[in-house]
Design a binder for this molecule. Structure first.
Ligand SMILES: *Cc1c(COP(=O)(O)O)cnc(C)c1O
Length: 391
């Protein structure tokens, strides 16, 4: 049994001489703040260029980048933003933080991505944006439904670096704003960090102001709008630049080994694998099981065989999270979920989105994926999955 490279340590990260040089360059300069430094500004330029858009705004985390995006589309208190029940809580928290209401819709049973028809049915008079999540790196295509509703599309690309839509469009460039994470467990990392990209100069300026206390640095010391401090440091920015340069290699390696596992398991009955290998970012390798197979049973067998795999990805879909179903949001109050300002109480709690619930509870299995996997790692995973599913 081999040991699998892990994103928890150097075995499964691409941190090397370039990142060391980046950190010492910043430390030797004595300037650690991006307000006056050059690294984060260069990172933003490199990120925008890589995606063929005109603006990128760096932030202290992926959640912060999503908060910039939500603040950018400027919901009024009580306005609704539609998003996925299967995602990181960092997708949902910024909606609440802007006093808007997270509205969920059900998902596709094989990708776990928002189902466009369910999103269309969830649109209401107060829908202010659609926040699509490209789960595990598969593009969730909500372009048509957002366009039909006349609302901006925000893309959460935290798990979808260099993912593509079926027509080749790069994830993060399809809507108004694309948001990325540089946290420890993502494709590339600087510990914590985020980036929001857009082609819209108005949105870019609003996000930049929100990340820096509403303070236009090209002007006098005055505060023109509400903003927090979500700035990325120069140390993080310099590391992120080195990591961004390695991104195409990371994706190529993850796709090559994912292709091998997809091909090896293609004939296995009862398992569903992502189809478009070269468009997928393979943050994790998701497997969806047909009954009578269950994710907990198969994950148990894989764990016993030493394979880094888990059932469900989340313990519960986010529409069942106590943070939304029962906990106070601000002080002792449930504002903004309660009326006023919400016009309708969204559907939260068990039973609201049965496809998402079934995936988490019974059908979805995720295998950790990594650019350092060798063919031998893949073959070991394939063998263990085959045994777990057929025995
Ligand atoms: C990781 C992640 C986030 C949050 O990013 P952080 O950098 O951890 O704040 C948001 N959405 C998704 C889909 C994620 O995977």
């Amino acid at each position: 049994m081999s040991s699998f490279p892990s994103m928890a340590d150097a075995s499964g990260r691409t941190i090397g001489a370039e990142e060391l040089a980046a950190v010492s360059r910043v430390l030797q300069s004595g300037m650690l703040s991006s307000v006056w430094g050059t690294e984060v500004r260069a990172l933003e330029r490199e990120m925008a260029d890589r995606h063929g858009v005109s603006h990128a705004v760096a932030a202290s985390s992926g959640t912060a980048a999503l908060h910039l995006a939500v603040a950018g589309v400027a919901p009024d208190p009580g306005d609704e933003i539609i998003t996925s029940p299967i995602t990181d809580f960092g997708t949902v928290a910024p909606i609440l933080a802007q006093n808007a209401v997270p509205v969920f819709a059900d998902v596709d049973p094989y990708t776990g991505n928002l189902d466009p028809a369910a999103v269309a049915a969830a649109i209401g008079p107060r829908t202010r944006a659609i926040l699509a999540v490209h789960l595990f790196g598969a593009a969730a295509d909500l372009r048509a439904v957002a366009a039909a509703a006349g609302v901006p599309l925000i893309e959460d690309c935290a798990q979808a670096w260099l993912s593509r839509y079926p027509d080749g469009t790069l994830a993060g460039t399809a809507g108004a704003i694309g948001c990325f994470s540089l946290q420890q467990w993502k494709h590339i990392t600087c510990g914590d960090g985020g980036l929001a990209i857009t082609d819209d100069p108005v949105l870019a300026r609003r996000m930049r102001l929100f990340a820096d206390k509403g303070w236009p640095r090209d002007d006098a010391r005055r505060h023109v709008s509400l903003g927090l401090n979500y700035r990325m440091t120069e140390l993080a920015g310099a590391v992120a630049r080195a990591q961004l340069a390695k991104l195409p290699g990371v994706l190529a390696d993850r796709r090559r080994t994912a292709r091998r596992l997809v091909d090896t398991l293609a004939d296995l009955p009862g398992v569903h694998l992502p189809a478009d290998v070269d468009a997928h970012a393979w943050w994790l390798f998701p497997i969806v099981l047909d009954p009578p197979l269950t994710n907990h049973e198969v994950a148990g067998k894989l764990a016993a065989a030493g394979i880094p795999a888990r059932a469900g990805y989340l313990q519960q879909p986010l529409h069942c999270a106590p943070a939304l179903t029962e906990a106070p949001v601000y002080g002792a109050s449930r504002f903004p979920l309660t009326v006023p300002p919400a016009d309708r109480l969204p559907a939260y709690g068990p039973g609201a989105f049965p496809v998402a619930e079934r995936m988490i509870e019974r059908t979805l299995l995720v295998v950790d994926w990594n650019e350092r996997y060798t063919d031998a790692h893949v073959d070991e995973i394939a063998q263990a999955v085959r045994t777990a599913v057929t025995s």
